[in-house]
Ligand binder design. Structure first.
Ligand code: TRP
Length: 353
């Protein structure tokens, strides 16, 4: 069986470091592993419209931002097809048929949908399209026969729902669809990077993000303003590293070689943590180190982003070519799906019998 990756992001803003450690970094690693036969990375504009119907301009503008962020992180258009969801209209056709295989109460129980309905104050008036987005996401995944879906941990319920749709479809219409596997980062700190304010999630609406396109001064300002252990008031006080955003970021980003380069008094993160826990290590010193680490990690990404930004026509061509490949693949699978359902009527000589 072919090994196929499908994943994507909603274009509602620039991507941030939470996206990077939570999934983008993993995608680049998988892409470069040489273990995959086909790779599709989708800019999920149709899904973004499910809760932004009144702001299509915002979605439109961020298509380029997300494409640039992908290329900046090292998604390689020679190896991966980057494409725009709405330009593959077959995906909506899959969605329409899958809707019949899912109950309203099942979608209502989807924890991600539940949380998002709350966040958006949709309780009294949920747009139907928004409600159905887990089904459309199953369409995205199965249309490409994806075997691997590298995403952030928040997408687990979507993958569960997708697998149920695969099983249901296959049991009703015969073995047709491929079951996907979610791929999460192995580093626990990367699973859910908190915002710089320590809130559980980095999100644009909370204004607590460090963006991949942030300039060095912005990164520094944000890192130096980060929340730490609220009980670590004086340098001498023992500090807590668990749940401390500065240390969570170090867990996510730090490599031993950064100590030799920026903080040679310590050999590794364990030594730094031990000193903080003992007392006698100030937050400012740790933040300055974190700033150096973040600058070192983000500098090459920002440089590549600027380079692609000066070649937007190339980016446009990449999206167009990627979308063509994606569309052909989705059309082939749709044909298989409709065959299984016996609704390819004009290919069906038995219809006249
Ligand atoms: N829900 C994903 C997000 O916001 C985007 C997405 C849409 C996706 N379809 C997908 C991710 C299919 C993986 C697979 O970020």
């Amino acid at each position: 069986m072919s090994k196929i990756i499908l994943t994507g992001d909603r274009p509602t803003g620039r991507l941030h470091v939470g996206h990077y450690v939570g999934s983008l970094k993993e995608r680049v690693k998988l892409q470069n592993s040489g273990k995959f036969d086909e790779i599709y990375i989708m800019i999920a504009d149709a899904q973004a419209l499910t809760d932004n119907a009144e702001h299509p301009e915002k979605v439109r503008q961020n298509i380029m931002n997300v494409a640039l962020d992908y290329l900046a992180c090292g998604i390689d258009p020679e190896k991966a097809n980057i494409f725009i969801q709405s330009m593959v209209p077959e995906l909506t056709e899959f969605t329409f048929y899958y809707m019949n295989l899912v109950t309203v109460s099942r979608v209502q129980r989807n924890p991600t949908v539940k949380a998002e309905i709350q966040q958006r104050n949709f309780e009294a008036s949920i747009p139907v399209g928004f409600f159905c987005y887990p089904i459309s996401q199953a369409a995205d995944i199965t249309a490409f026969r994806a075997t691997a879906v590298p995403v952030g941990e928040d997408q687990l319920p979507m993958l569960e729902q997708c697998k149920e749709i695969v099983h249901k479809f296959n049991s009703v219409y015969g073995e047709t669809l491929t079951e996907p596997e979610i791929i999460l980062p192995s580093n626990k700190a990367c699973l859910r990077l908190p915002g710089i304010d320590g809130k559980a999630k980095m999100s644009k609406s909370l204004g607590n993000c460090i963006y991949l396109s942030d300039e060095p001064e912005d990164i520094k300002k944000k890192v130096m303003s980060m929340f730490t252990d609220p009980n670590h008031l004086r340098v001498e006080d023992p500090g807590q590293v668990e749940g401390n955003p500065v240390f969570i970021y170090l867990d996510a980003f730090c490599k031993d070689e950064y100590f030799a380069e920026f903080l040679p008094d310590y050999a590794n993160l364990d030594e730094l943590k031990a000193h903080y826990q003992r007392g006698g290590l100030g937050d400012v010193k740790v933040k300055k180190f974190l700033n150096n680490v973040m600058q070192a990690e983000l500098e090459p990404i920002r440089a590549r982003r600027k380079d692609w930004e000066s070649r937007k026509t190339d980016v446009y061509d990449i999206l167009k070519a990627g979308t063509e490949v994606a569309r052909a693949k989705a059309a082939q699978t749709l044909h298989d799906v409709k065959d299984a359902m016996h609704i390819n009527y004009f290919d069906d000589a038995d219809l006249l019998k």
